[in-house]
Write a protein that binds this ligand. Structure first.
Ligand SMILES: Nc1nc2c(ncn2[C@@H]2O[C@H](COP(=O)(O)OP(=O)(O)OP(=O)(O)O)[C@@H](O)[C@H]2O)c(=O)[nH]1
Length: 382
């Protein structure tokens, strides 16, 4: 049940010619150092001449890489199950252990112990599990619950209360452009989530610009351009640039064009890679140089399959870049959906979005009650 660690298929195949960036000149650390000392660029949509002008003005500065933009036709979507159905189906593995527990069985200490084990196995973590089972024990006595089904309903209520503080949808109306920086470990689903978010914000009538700030993984730029193409939005990228410089240009381009939302990708990194954590902190500082109030949101993308490890990631990324919101991907197919309860209890951060699949509509704002209803397969699915 816990061995599910499937690395899902990318939306586009890796290009055959993709090669890693030049290790001597383009390590994230040196990229960021270079970017921090880079002079401010004027807000201008003509990014290529701007880069050329910069290198002419200061011959000591390396020529800036060519910035490109990609636009493509609108996507065609096939009919699919509703979000509620996908969420419910996605949480089926996490629900698996819980489902067998209840029914007409009588409530007793054995049932509560079984429940405790099940919550731990679903990666709720020791603290949230203890909190939920203690509260449940109190309700059992106070409300004189008799059947296991009544206990399940009480658990669902307690869980909904526990998760409610995480429900804080991202409001991008406070700034224009609203700059969102996206971070996380390798393969967490950053680039894919950016693609989904682009569509989400567009559906709200907002214009979106994507910054291909993952300059470390060779295929990441093309992957983002594919997602940009699916959403018909501009992607700011550079042939051979550094993350901070790409995002810096994207912020200026967005301001010049009156764009509403900038979604800035960054390279995946592990919290234990201290030099890379320092590099991403510098990326954040460079964004603030382009726009003093930015980034307006720092989203940490977490793969639900990692379970309890998510807590360590929240802590480390928060210390490095000040995480303001979370995206929890791949809730489909994992038995570790209980990690949401652990986050609520141990590192409460707004859970802005949850992902339950690879489709472009498979990412939505987190809603505590909807999540709990799906987890316990109750309520009317919409
Ligand atoms: N099943 C499922 N797969 C997902 C979900 N979100 C992302 N993925 C898949 O996870 C894989 C990795 O996603 P990416 O977006 O490339 O991850 P990344 O964080 O950008 O990766 P790096 O650039 O290597 O750091 C892809 O195959 C995605 O399709 C989800 O909610 N459910």
């Amino acid at each position: 049940m816990f061995g599910f660690l499937k690395k899902s298929r990318k939306p586009e195949p890796e290009p055959e010619s993709a090669s890693p960036v030049d290790a001597a000149s383009d390590t994230p650390e040196t990229e960021a150092l270079a970017a921090e000392t880079r002079p401010s660029a004027d807000a201008s949509p003509a990014l290529v001449p701007e880069a050329a002008a910069e290198s002419q003005a200061d011959p000591a500065v390396e020529p800036q890489p060519t910035t490109s933009e990609v636009q493509a036709p609108a996507p065609v979507e096939a009919a699919r199950p509703s979000w509620g159905e996908r969420l419910r189906a996605g949480l089926s593995r996490t629900r698996g252990g819980l489902a067998g527990l209840f029914g007409l069985r009588k409530i007793d200490e054995e049932l509560l112990e079984d429940l405790e084990t099940t919550l731990l196995m679903a990666d709720c973590g020791v603290e949230a599990t203890q909190y939920l089972t203690d509260a449940l024990r109190a309700r059992w006595k106070r409300d004189r619950l008799e059947t296991a089904d009544q206990l399940r309903d009480a658990l669902a209520e307690l869980m909904a209360d526990l998760l409610a503080p995480l429900e804080a949808p991202l409001d991008v109306s406070a700034h224009q452009p609203f700059i969102v920086m996206i971070a996380g470990v390798n393969g967490a689903g950053k680039t894919t989530s950016i693609g989904k978010l682009a569509k989400y914000f567009q559906a709200q009538g907002r214009s979106v610009l994507l910054a291909a700030g993952d300059t470390f993984r060779a295929a990441a730029r093309e992957q983002l351009e594919t997602w940009g193409a699916r959403n018909n939005v501009t992607v700011i990228a550079q042939d051979k640039g550094d993350s901070a410089a790409v995002i810096f240009d994207a912020v200026n381009a967005a301001r010049a064009r009156g764009i509403d939302v900038v979604l800035a990708d960054t390279a995946g990194r592990l919290p234990t890679q201290l030099h890379l954590m320092e590099e991403i902190a510098k990326v954040r500082r460079v964004i603030a140089k382009a726009e003093a109030s930015a980034p307006h949101e720092v989203l940490l993308v977490l793969d639900a399959n990692i379970g309890q490890n998510a807590l360590a990631q929240v802590k480390a990324f928060d210390a490095a870049i000040g995480v303001s919101g979370l995206v929890l991907t791949k809730l489909d197919g994992t038995a570790k959906g209980g990690i949401v309860a652990a986050i609520a209890r141990q590192h409460p951060k707004p859970l802005r979005f949850i992902g339950v699949g690879e489709g472009i509509d498979d990412l939505r704002p987190f809603a505590a009650r909807e999540f709990v209803d799906a987890l316990f397969a109750r309520g009317s699915v919409k």
